[in-house]
Each structure stands twice: as structure tokens, then as C-alpha cells.
Design a protein around this ligand. Structure first.
Ligand SMILES: C[S@@+](CC[C@H](N)C(=O)[O-])C[C@H]1O[C@@H](n2cnc3c(N)ncnc32)[C@H](O)[C@@H]1O
Length: 323
């Protein structure tokens, strides 16, 4: 998975071959349209208020692909919430030069707002990712046996070997450690698809041109490979790093809570216009049989007191408390 996605020359992401959206390999929340970024921008503004409307509030994004989410957020805030826009800076952590180049082009209008540090740096604000965790390499371990990639003649084939207590998702846990080490004060919001506890099914998905492929050895470097997120292990690792769970719910309830904030607070005109395009976007993001239930949202907090009220996105959260 590491080589197929991130080999400097041949990897699906690092080569820049990754394509998201109708003409690409799969859809994401971001590729549905600007509404997703606009709603998240409203959630970020509430976090900014909770941190005392500070200057130099930083939004860090990882897994920013072509920069479209950042543009949707910044365009919305510039028009609708200029005070917050003036106070913030946007950081993209992007290891792959070809993707960084695309982001710079897409964000040309915001070149004074956005920067690209070479690694995660200390920050106060919010760390955001959409479908980053599912793209982190995993090891195929089950019942003390690990599947590794070997050769059968000149073809790749799985070989098995016994393995001791090794974690299958070490890369995702390392990512949690890095956030915990760099977040000074504020929140992490991660959106992804996965499972909690006994429902957890370890499934690797291989996708190209909106089709699931039967084998991860098909179209290597031209197909996306993902693994559903084991939320429980992410939560436990976060808690052992002194990050507090500030909310966990499905995307349907999360976005509905944010939409309510538009109705109750002075956030300017809601992005929910009557245009058929916006209605379609909203339906795709919210509908339980589309993206609404497939995706979950985890928020973690550091050095912010326990909330009397949850963040807007968790107003209707129904999942068991994870604290
Ligand atoms: C499934 S795509 C999601 C893209 C975008 N967030 C969206 O929702 O359309 C996953 C992205 O995570 C990126 N990625 C994986 N590991 C990363 C890391 N350690 N740091 C930054 N980006 C990473 C990949 O390069 C890829 O662009």
C-alpha cells in the first residue's frame, strides 16, 4: 500500500495520477461541490470564537489534494465572515511536490493567506482532514498471521507469515502522535469512513474509475487503495496523548448541527440557497444512503476547557460517549 500509493515515481498519489470526482476514480465530500467547505468554514468560525477570536488562528489541512477544500473555505470566509478571514492563516502540509504545485495554482488568489511548511509545525487553531486516515498504509494482520507481498513467478502474490503483536495501522497512530505534539491549543476534526468496536471490519478497498477492483495487484499505481478507519484505536491513542474527545458522530448529524448554527447565529446569509445545484449537494452530503451515514466525524480537543455546549456539529450527536 505504501509503495502503490506513495512511491516517488510510480505511486498513485505521489505521481499526481490520483483523480477525484466524476472524471476520476471516486468521489469525496469535497468533490461534491463547495457546500461542504462552506459548512466546515462555519464550524471553524465557531472554534475561532471559542478560542477568544485570536489573531493568527491557524487552519491546518493535511491530504488537501488539489486545494479545492481550502479554496471553498477561504472564498466563503472572505465574503461572509471577513473578521475571521482577517485573523486566520491557512497551512497545508503536503509531502508531494506535484500536488503542492496544483494547490498553489488553485489558491493563487489567496497566496498571502496560505503557506506550505515542510512538516507539521506547532499551531493553535484547528487541524482538518477529509479522507486522510483511510489513505494511510496498513498491514494485513489477522489472527497472528500477516499477509505480505511476494512473487509467484513474475507476478505479485500474497505470502503469509506468523507475526507477533504488531499493530496493523501504525501510520495512522503515528499521525495522532504528531498532531498531539504540535497542537498547542484547539481542535482536530477528522472525517472518514470506518467503524467503532465490534462492528469493525478490516476491509481494503481498491478503486479505479468508480469501480471496485478485485485485487490490490490490479492497476498498481493507477488505482486508489484505502482501509476503513478503526476509530477506537484512534481515540485510545489520542487519549493517551492527552487529547480529549470533543465529539463523534456521523456526517449526517454533524452537518445538520452546523446548518442549525446558520439559523441561530449571525453568520450572514446561509450558503443553503434554493439553487437546484446546492440542493443536490446537500442531499448527497446528508442522505443516509449517500454520504451521510457512510462517513463519521471525530473531533479532538487540547487545552480548551470542557464545553458546556458541544461544538455545533455535535449538537445532535447520538453515538455513545467516547470519553
Ligand atoms: C483520499 S485523498 C483525499 C483528498 C481530499 N481531502 C478530498 O477529500 O478530496 C487522500 C489524500 O491524503 C494524502 N496524504 C496521505 N498521507 C499524507 C500525509 N502524511 N500528509 C499529507 N497528505 C497525505 C494523499 O496524497 C491524498 O492526496
Amino acid at each position: 500500500m505504501q509503495q502503490a500509493l506513495y512511491h516517488p515515481e510510480h505511486g498513485y498519489y505521489s505521481s499526481g495520477r490520483c483523480a477525484i470526482g466524476r472524471k476520476g476514480d471516486y468521489f469525496t465530500n469535497v468533490s461534491v461541490g463547495p457546500l461542504f467547505g462552506q459548512l466546515l468554514a462555519a464550524q471553524f468560525s465557531e472554534i475561532w470564537e471559542r478560542l477568544g477570536k485570536m489573531n493568527d488562528f491557524i487552519i491546518v489541512e493535511q491530504g488537501a489534494h488539489d486545494g479545492q477544500f481550502a479554496r471553498d473555505v477561504l472564498e466563503f470566509l472572505q465574503k461572509r465572515l471577513p473578521d475571521f478571514f482577517d485573523a486566520l492563516r491557512y497551512r497545508i502540509v503536503e509531502p508531494f511536490p506535484i500536488l503542492q504545485e496544483r494547490q498553489r495554482r488553485r489558491l493563487e488568489a489567496f497566496r498571502d493567506k496560505v503557506n506550505w511548511p515542510s512538516s507539521l509545525q506547532p499551531f493553535t487553531g484547528v487541524h482538518f482532514s477529509n479522507e486522510l486516515l483511510d489513505a494511510m498504509p496498513v498491514r494485513l494482520i489477522s489472527d497472528g498471521v500477516e499477509k505480505l507481498v511476494g512473487l509467484d513467478g513474475d507476478k505479485f502474490a500474497f505470502v503469509e507469515r506468523p507475526v507477533d503483536k504488531t499493530l496493523f495501522n501504525q501510520a495512522a497512530l503515528d499521525f495522532v502522535d504528531q498532531i498531539a505534539a504540535n497542537l498547542q491549543r484547539g481542535y482536530l476534526i477528522a472525517i472518514d469512513y470506518g467503524f467503532l468496536d465490534e462492528e469493525f471490519e478490516k476491509t481494503v478497498q481498491v478503486r479505479a474509475r468508480h469501480r471496485n477492483l478485485d485485487s490490490s495487484f490490479e492497476q498498481i499505481g493507477n488505482a486508489d487503495i484505502t482501509m476503513s478507519v478503526d476509530w477506537r484505536s484512534i481515540v485510545e491513542r489520542s487519549q493517551s496523548n492527552r487529547l480529549r474527545v470533543a465529539g463523534f458522530t456521523d456526517q449526517h448529524h454533524f452537518l445538520t448541527g452546523i446548518i442549525c448554527r446558520f439559523a441561530n447565529e449571525d453568520l450572514g446569509q446561509s450558503p443553503l440557497t434554493d439553487s437546484p445545484k446546492t440542493k443536490r449537494e446537500l442531499q448527497t452530503l446528508l442522505h443516509p444512503e449517500m454520504l451521510g451515514r457512510a462517513f463519521q466525524v471525530l473531533a479532538l480537543a487540547k487545552n480548551v476547557g470542557p464545553e458546556t455546549n458541544p461544538l455545533a456539529g455535535f449538537k445532535f450527536a447520538r453515538e455513545p460517549r467516547l470519553t
